[in-house]
Design a protein around this ligand. Structure first.
Ligand SMILES: *[C@@H]1O[C@H](CO)[C@@H](O)[C@H](O)[C@H]1NC(C)=O
Ligand SMILES: *[C@@H]1O[C@H](CO)[C@@H](O)[C@H](O)[C@H]1NC(C)=O
Length: 315
């Protein structure tokens, strides 16, 4: 066999690949979950904290915030104002929020789940506060979203910030929430996310047998080996992202689920990092709906070039 140089059509295609990859990057869709550790008006009045927070959250199309203690809505209002102001300079996104009621058993420790999302890329179809008494300390506040940008058009996010004393029971009961909301909205594209305390002493390997979310139809995208805690002394995968079903899994960017170390990313001191939270956000990317369409002409060209190549070698 004689050595043949790569067929000309393939070489001509290479410059076409770069903008395709760039375009895909720009249009990626990111979902994030962040335990903000007592996010209240006092924290929101710290401009350093707010500046870093806007940098973190503006990376995400949807952010789920936990441990928000803002019954009057003042802290979230100023966070939204900062986000909408900050990004004016670079982009044209308008952020909105959707807040649950204050949840908990202790009047001193009532917390809200807050979703912040870009109105240009995603919209809210519905919301549902899980009600079953005695089930959770902070019952999940499920929201159904729709995005024209993503391969999965409609999906449901179910947040949970577990009570550290009831971790295994609460994670297990997410299965009941799944049954309720997937039926309510006729949609099994469900993602669970938040600070589950799903690691170290709170949830051991042995406990997994007792948790229905470890059945095969659920995929734990943030694995046990990940460290979502800020402190050097611990390495625990407390914050998690779990999806239901094969079709949702196929709509997720491969290996895109990760922890976002904003300290390392923005070169902040440990003290500055701790000012914001004791945990890092976790995130995942959804595949773009347009990617397949963009790729189709390319695939046709590649096949044509392969045919031409075999034709030439037959000569
Ligand atoms: C944002 O919108 C303004 C006014 O519509 C426009 O002039 C500007 O170019 C836009 N910026 C970007 C980055 O798209
Ligand atoms: C539920 O969704 C499926 C497709 O996902 C559809 O075929 C079916 O008709 C829907 N059922 C109802 C009651 O809307």
């Amino acid at each position: 066999m004689r050595w043949r140089s790569p067929p000309l059509p393939l070489l001509l295609l290479l410059p076409l690949l770069t903008p395709l990859v760039e375009g895909a990057k720009k249009s990626e869709f990111r979902i994030c979950a962040f335990n903000l550790q007592k996010f209240n008006s006092a924290k929101a009045s710290n401009s350093r904290v707010m500046h870093t927070l806007t940098r973190i959250l503006s990376r995400c199309d949807i952010s789920l915030l936990q441990e928000v203690m803002d019954p009057q809505g003042k802290a979230i209002k100023s966070l939204l104002a900062a986000l909408n102001r900050e990004t004016d300079r670079y982009e044209n996104y308008t952020y909105k929020s959707l807040t649950s009621k204050s949840l908990g058993n202790d009047p001193e420790d009532m917390q809200q789940y807050v979703f912040i999302y870009k109105t240009e890329t995603v919209s809210v179809l519905g919301q549902h506060q899980y009600q079953k008494k005695q089930s959770f300390v902070r019952e999940p506040f499920a929201v159904e979203f729709q995005s024209p940008k993503t391969a999965i058009k409609k999906f449901i996010l179910i947040p949970l910030h577990t009570d550290p004393k009831k971790v295994v029971k609460e994670i297990d009961q997410l299965y009941d929430v799944f049954m309720e909301v997937s039926k309510k909205w006729n949609n099994t594209n469900v993602m669970f996310l938040g600070d589950f305390h799903a690691g170290c002493a709170y949830m051991t390997r042995h406990d997994k047998k007792k948790i229905r979310l470890f059945k095969t139809m659920f995929s734990w995208l943030i694995t046990d080996r990940v460290d979502t805690t800020v402190t050097e002394d611990t390495s625990c995968a407390f914050d998690r992202i779990v999806v239901h079903g094969q079709s949702f899994l196929k709509g997720i960017g491969p290996f895109s689920a990760k922890v976002f170390n904003y300290g390392a990313e923005f070169k902040l001191s440990h003290a500055r990092v701790r000012e914001i939270s004791d945990s890092y956000p976790v995130e995942v990317k959804l595949k773009n709906s347009a990617l397949l369409l963009q790729a189709t002409p390319l695939l046709i060209l590649l096949s044509v070039s392969a045919i031409v190549q075999s034709f030439l070698s037959a000569l």
